[in-house]
Design a protein. Structure first.
Lengths: 575, 75
């Protein structure tokens, strides 16, 4: 049975990026029929309600000041500076809008957002028990805090604004007509019922690829990226999609600031040399140091938490009322911390692959190169090139919600304008049948392999630091070959229900993302920012370029595209 | 695997645990108005089902040793 729906703007994904898109599209033109399609349940789904709940804003700093600092110390000019400046100019109003939509941004008694700069030092307490911080840090931004149930409130706001919702339907492919996006095909994750959705404009806001390794990043399985690739999009900065966080094998919860107190088994602090005066967040060099120490036989590696200068700030913000008033977030963090840290038996740390691979190429208006197809949120963070030579969260924590909201606010009006100017197009029954045949094939498979067995094999390729962070041609070619072997095994994957059908589709997407990741990584023959090569330890002398991934007759094709610095206001000091 | 315990006497059938799960571990039994813990081996102990249950009828007991993580493939 097939359900057929028609919308002016269909938004795939109902977390903060999708909701910001839908609200702003609807408010741009209230006559438009705006539909959010969510694989799970909008308001609860996604990652933006299970993190720290901090959101970046500029405070008193200017967008130009932020951009210049960011280019110099983090992005290393591998940025689209037009999008970076647009992002910076909307950071303060992002927070005002989230508060308007949800009422959940923490404020003081005067109604002012309560903020705290990353890396601030705890210097005392007020008589009422509130923490006092020295905020003289060199970073031109600050952080507000949101209670983690805010997305449910944003969904309610969207409904009141007239946005429609379809939950429990995962989009698996896009529909095109003469090269333009004209709709999507999805399936109900409980019943397996097919949904064919025609639309004048489509916005992908369904998250990125996090390789299904670290727990809180588990829902990001790359299906939107794979669907977009099959439809013919272009991608960029895929080789930066390997963010690692410190974690303990006892519980897999993240640690922050480990590099300040990372010790080898001989008792030497080997992390501190990678912490420079400007150290806004974890850097790739400290993760690579872990790898080098382990290869040299100096492991296991230890974390002396009591020496981490970030801990007073972190423990004041997360699961505490010392700074913010966030009762729901406090409950969430306290449950999580209790479970995790009561199980911790030692101080051994390892880098856990988070990933955040989201390379959909978008311009300053969040438009992909496919007419009628737009993107917002994690799926296009890297491809927007707003953050340059770094992995998400871009060495500025609090940026996930910030980029999701920013990009949704841009994509919504862009899609609304496009939908107004373009009428509905016919949907191809042949395309719909092909998508159905592809997606449902595992139900008819004679194989015996379960999706989780494939997940375990993919993890073994992606998690090793020597493959995905401190890279070398030889290791990457082996990893890519293994990805190819696993792709050959896809027909062996068997599904017996809609949940498993989605499981297979997620595996197919993950393997495609892995192929893009290693091919793009092999193309970048240098070390730059978060991207490290053991065999090419220095930045290239050929200038700044983006590695671009494209679909050439169904194959993953990579090439280089020069960064057009002459079009941008800020130039590298050495150029 | 993680143990997700439901006190079925306390459960009021509100469906919030089902909605709260962000990776489809929990399905819903429409006939009996009760959650079904369909895929506990995939649970990532985010605890959203537990902290959102208005009746405190659900508890997640993580078993981290079984968590799917490539422990032998770190380097």
């Amino acid at each position: 049975m097939t359900e057929r729906l028609q919308a002016d703007v269909v938004v795939v994904g109902g977390s903060i990026a999708g909701l910001a898109t839908a609200i702003t599209a609807k408010e741009h033109d209230p006559q438009l029929n705006v539909l959010v399609v969510e694989k799970y349940t909008s308001g609860y789904s996604g990652k933006a309600n299970r993190g720290a709940g901090i959101v970046l804003l500029l405070g008193e700093h200017s967008p130009e000041e932020f951009a210049q600092f960011y280019l110099r110390h983090i992005g290393l000019y591998l940025n689209n500076q037009k999008t970076l400046l647009k992002y910076a100019s909307m950071l303060n109003s992002n927070v005002e809008l989230i508060d308007k939509w949800s009422g959940k941004v923490d404020k003081d008694e005067n109604g002012k957002f309560r903020t705290l700069k990353w890396g601030s030092k705890l210097v005392g307490y007020t008589p009422e028990g509130k923490a006092i911080f020295d905020e003289s840090v060199p970073y031109p931004w600050t952080l507000a805090a949101i209670d983690l149930d805010y997305i449910r409130e944003v969904r309610r706001y969207a409904r009141r604004a007239g946005v429609k919702f379809v939950d429990r339907v995962g989009v698996v492919d896009l529909l095109t007509h003469e090269g333009a996006a004209v709709g999507a095909v999805g399936y109900n994750i409980d019943s397996g019922e097919q949904y064919v959705i025609g639309a004048r404009a489509v916005v992908l806001a369904c998250g990125n690829q996090c390789w299904r390794i670290m727990p809180m990043w588990s829902p990001a399985r790359g299906e939107g990226i794979a669907a977009a690739f099959r439809a013919g999009v272009k991608l960029a900065n895929c080789e930066y999609g390997s963010f690692y966080n410190w974690t303990s094998l006892d519980h897999f919860e993240s640690h922050m600031g480990v590099e300040y107190a990372l010790y080898n088994d001989k008792g030497e602090n080997v992390g501190i040399k990678h912490v420079k005066e400007i150290h806004p967040d974890i850097n790739a060099d400290s993760i690579a140091e872990w790898y080098k120490q382990m290869v040299a036989g100096n492991g296991p590696m230890h974390y002396r938490e009591e020496e981490n200068p970030l801990m007073p700030m972190l423990t004041s913000v997360l699961g505490s009322q010392a700074v913010h008033n966030r009762p729901y977030a406090d409950r969430f963090w306290n449950y999580l911390f209790f479970n995790a840290f009561t199980r911790q038996t030692n101080d051994v740390v390892v880098p856990g692959l988070v990933g955040e691979f989201g390379g959909l190429w978008v311009d300053e208006n969040m438009a992909t190169p496919i007419p009628g197809l737009f993107a917002a949120g994690d799926i296009c963070v890297l491809g927007s090139r707003v953050w340059g030579a770094t992995a998400q969260p871009g060495r500025h924590r609090g940026s996930g919600i910030a980029f999701g909201t920013f990009s949704g606010r841009v994509a919504g009006p862009s899609a609304a304008v496009y939908a107004t100017e373009h009428g509905p197009k016919p949907l191809s029954d042949e395309q719909i049948a092909q998508i159905d045949a592809r997606f449902t094939a595992p139900l008819r498979s004679k194989g015996k392999m379960k999706p989780l067995e494939m997940v375990a094999e993919m993890q073994k390729v992606m998690q090793p630091v020597g493959n995905s962070l401190y890279r070398h041609e030889e290791r990457m070619k082996k990893a890519l070959a293994r990805v190819g072997e696993l792709q050959e095994l896809v027909p062996e994957l068997k599904a017996e229900d809609p949940h498993q059908l989605f499981g297979v589709n997620e595996c197919v997407a993950t393997l495609l993302c892995a192929e893009m990741f290693f091919k793009a990584s092999l193309e970048r023959k240098e070390s730059l920012g978060w991207f490290l090569r053991e065999d090419y330890p220095e930045p290239s002398k050929e200038g700044l370029y983006w590695v671009v991934v494209e679909n050439k007759n169904g194959e993953v094709s990579v090439s280089k595209e020069r960064v057009p610095l002459e079009e941008y206001p800020f130039q590298p000091e050495t150029a | 695997m993680n143990n997700i315990i439901i006190n079925r006497e306390l459960c009021n059938g509100c469906k919030i645990c089902f909605r709260a799960c962000f990776i489809d571990v929990i399905k819903w039994d429409d006939k009996n108005k009760q959650p079904i813990i369909a895929y506990p081996e995939e649970c990532v102990q985010c605890l959203y089902c537990e902290i959102n249950c208005p009746e405190r009828a659900l508890k997640v007991v993580p078993y981290y040793d079984s968590y799917l993580f490539p422990r032998e493939h770190l380097i």
